[in-house]
Design a protein around this ligand. Structure first.
Ligand code: SF4
Ligand code: SF3
Length: 545
């Protein structure tokens, strides 16, 4: 076995990618990502000790957050840039070590290499299979690590907007250290539960960051066709990058289109006010191989999901990455303007020379149903629930991906009875957000709260409904959860829902490969988690048919 990665839903044979990632990640990149986690463990030992000695570790915590984010599925395929991040981590660690006294002796605190060959050698020895000899404890440590990677993504978006919570940094760092130590099965299980509690906190923090910076999302119709100006397509989740791009393209005759998880940006007042933010182009991330060809103009990736280009692709010279993302074939935006913004001038100049996008769809979709907007409609929704016009709310948040089995989610949406409403968020929505599912007394049957982190909105709405309806248990609400998962942000979202006491969630298309049979039965017993079956069976289980 030359690599081992089992962090996402597409992992080979639902047990682990061992030769090359199904996502396209090479053996070397996978191992170097493991090495990055190893050196982050060493740095985390030191940040925790330094804080106890009164030293500020904010810069190191942000760096660790970025490292975790870098290793998330489909974020960074550029092993050379990741080796540089490993070196930066070691230098953060050694600088901190010179300021404090540490009694811990874990090898990650002292390891370093003299040549790149040594990095590659070490990288083969520190993967998640070495985390524990016991497969159940190892599975739980992986569960925590993957949850913390998702948490880091959200924490980074929040700190990019100036919102931070030291408790979240501390938890991520303590988790990295926990992985290096012996732990009982019970304590490891409890650590997973605590990961979910911190998931709620980080989503609340990001929600606050997004809504205080850009306003509360409002119901908005988004065009999915194209105009006649040259365009720039922006993908990923980072709203701050989008804002800077909008500022720098204003008045230049260039249209900006959102892609995949950037679609919800069109609902924020302080982003939609830019008239040249003209709409959304394309669908979920995995269709980029074709959609980037027809877009014709430059594409900017702010976060995952990147797909390694085909050999025959024609768009490599017009794709750019920033933040935690990287692809060897694509340029990175590194420079900043004197005002501190990222310098997107190269993308803008390129856009001016490109033809406008080729139209692949027409029409519009309605978005913007985050918690504030839904609570504004709460009276209308409650009336519809009380009158029986709405029988059930079906949360179908999460991720989309390539597997054919995901057609289940389209079919499930189509077959839902007409008195149900889908609550969605994340790129999972692209499986059904362009179906004409109609409305119930003016309430659309697909309410889109936003990005995957905006699943927080559905937890928030559920808690409010429980309060208004005076229920003693959130599970008595007429809400069911049928979640599509793919990468580690979906893991933290799901753990957050579990920590709020939400039971009997269905997740699919498969259960996580890192859950051993023992762990599966523990998760099933404690939280009633199930995997999806057929659409017909699930309709019966959810009492929808
Ligand atoms: Fe495999 Fe997923 Fe890991 Fe990629 S991220 S190597 S597909 S488990
Ligand atoms: Fe999608 Fe990658 Fe997860 Fe943010 S863009 S939901 S998969």
């Amino acid at each position: 076995m030359s690599m081992f990665c089992n962090q996402c839903q597409e992992t080979a044979k639902n047990t682990g990618c061992t030769i090359k990632g199904v996502c396209g990640k090479t053996e070397e990149t996978s191992n170097i990502q493991d090495l990055l986690m190893f050196v982050c463990q060493g740095l985390s030992y030191l940040t925790i000790a330094a804080r106890k000695q009164g030293i500020d570790t904010n810069a190191e915590s942000k760096h660790i957050t970025n490292c975790l984010f870098t290793t998330i599925t489909n974020a960074n395929f550029d092993e050379k840039s990741i080796i540089q991040v490993v070196k930066d981590t070691i230098s953060y660690r050694d600088q901190l070590k010179s300021k404090i006294s540490v009694s811990d002796t874990h090898p990650s605190i002292s390891w370093s290499a003299k040549s790149d060959a040594e990095y590659y050698e070490k990288a083969k020895e520190v993967g998640t299979l070495t985390y524990d000899a016991d497969e159940d404890i190892r599975g739980l440590k992986q569960y925590v690590l993957f949850g913390v990677k998702g948490m880091a993504a959200y924490a980074e978006h929040a700190f990019n907007l100036g919102f931070e919570d030291p408790e979240i940094y501390n938890f991520m760092e303590e988790s990295l250290v926990m992985i290096t130590k012996p732990i009982s099965l019970n304590d490891a299980f409890n650590w997973v539960v605590r990961t979910g509690e911190h998931g709620v906190k980080v989503m609340a923090l990001l929600d606050k960051a997004n809504t205080s910076t850009f306003g509360n999302p409002e119901i908005s119709k988004v065009k999915i066709g194209v105009g006649t100006n040259p365009g720039i397509l922006i993908s990923g989740h980072d709203l701050k990058d989008l804002e800077q791009l909008l500022i720098q393209t204003e008045g230049k005759g260039i249209d900006v289109y959102t892609h995949s998880e950037m679609l919800p940006a069109n609902a924020y007042p302080n982003l939609k006010k830019y008239k040249h933010l003209v709409g959304n182009y394309g669908n979920a991330w995995h269709r980029q191989l074709d959609e980037f060809e027809t877009f014709n103009g430059p594409i900017l990736f702010t976060t995952n999901c990147l797909v390694p280009p085909r050999k025959t692709t024609t768009y490599n010279d017009r794709v750019f990455t920033t933040g935690a993302t990287g692809m060897p074939e694509w340029k990175r935006i590194e420079k900043r303007l004197p005002n501190g913004q990222k310098d997107f001038s190269e993308i803008i100049e390129l856009a001016k020379t490109c033809p406008p996008p080729t139209e692949i769809e027409t029409g519009e979709i309605t978005i913007g149903f985050a918690h504030n907007q839904v609570l504004a409609l709460a009276g209308q929704i409650l009336d519809a629930v009380n009158s029986g016009a709405i029988k059930k709310l079906v949360v179908m948040s999460g991720c989309d991906a390539r597997q054919k089995t995901r057609e289940y989610f389209t079919e499930f949406a189509k077959q839902l009875p007409k008195d149900t409403v889908i609550l969605t968020s994340g790129c999972a929505k692209y499986r059904y957000n362009k179906l004409q599912l109609g409305d119930i007394n003016g309430i659309p049957r697909v309410l889109d709260a936003g990005q995957c982190n905006d699943s927080y909105s559905w937890a928030f709405v559920a808690l409010k409904l429980k309060e208004v309806l005076n229920l003693d248990d959130i599970n008595k609400l007429p809400i069911v959860f049928n979640i599509a998962w793919y990468e580690q942000k979906a893991i933290i979202v799901h753990l957050a829902l579990l920590s709020l006491g939400i039971k009997n969630t269905h997740i699919g298309p498969t259960l996580p490969g890192f859950l051993t049979p023992n762990l599966l039965s523990a998760v099933q017993q404690q939280f009633g988690v199930q995997t999806i079956k057929t659409v017909e069976e699930d309709m019966k289980i959810f009492k929808l048919a």
